[in-house]
Design a protein around this ligand. Sequence first.
Ligand SMILES: [Zn+2]
Length: 282
Amino acid sequence: MGLLRPRDGTLRRGYGATVTSRVVQAASRIWPQQTRTVANWQRYARAAVLKGDLNVGWCPICEGRTVFVWTDPWLRDHYRCVRCHSIPRWRALIHVIENRFPAWRSGSIHEVAPSGPASRKLAEAADYSSSHFFPGVPLGSTHDGFRCEDLQQLTLPDGSLDLFVSQDVMEHIPRPERAFAEIARVLRPGGAHVFTVPIYGRPETLVRVEPDETGNVRLLMEADYHGNPVSDEGSLVIREWGADIVNFVREHSGLETEVIELHDRFRGLDGEFLQVLVSRKP
Ligand SMILES: [Zn+2]
């Protein structure tokens, strides 16, 4: 764990029993999915505090001074704000939107597959809508409180949005070329697709699954799944994107993409696969 210690903003061992107990109380309110009981989580959090696996900082999502605690070396899922319980990629997304689009609250935003505190924050925008894809439900209709949309054939009007947001979605789309083209279509000139997606340290994208002529998919290698907020089955990984995603987006949508790498422990920004991509429509 030593290598993972932050270089700054660290509360050291012996900082004070009062602070430690306050942090344990706050951390106890975090309840990650993999921690089945409160008592179990309290044990993790107490161990994290005693080991010094935390740093003080400022959270981009709950917008206040906080303590970030990690309970596992895999920071991507285990480095949480004790106030809003956010994980790094949610904080990274909001940090980039605040930084690049400071007037986002007055714009019109659509988010696909929303989940977690970052989506709740984006819903503060004057004109925010969100959608999930529900198989068998008519596209554009409302189901379980969400619009039903297929990214590959959106029912949203041309040029209607300032920001299109997706969080860890683009690796699951069978025909991503159609999705990127559709996102470009619904953006206004000057608008942007802001998204997180795992980018592997390879120049070229690995295609794990190919769509076939009948609309089904064909596995090119063993199936891999990520968690899905609206399905217990999880989401099949179609592509492990490489650095060539920037060219792929340009070729199929005409949008120019900036890949933003973030490492800032003070804002709780650290961990694996922490890039945020901003693709702007000219
Ligand atoms: Zn927070």
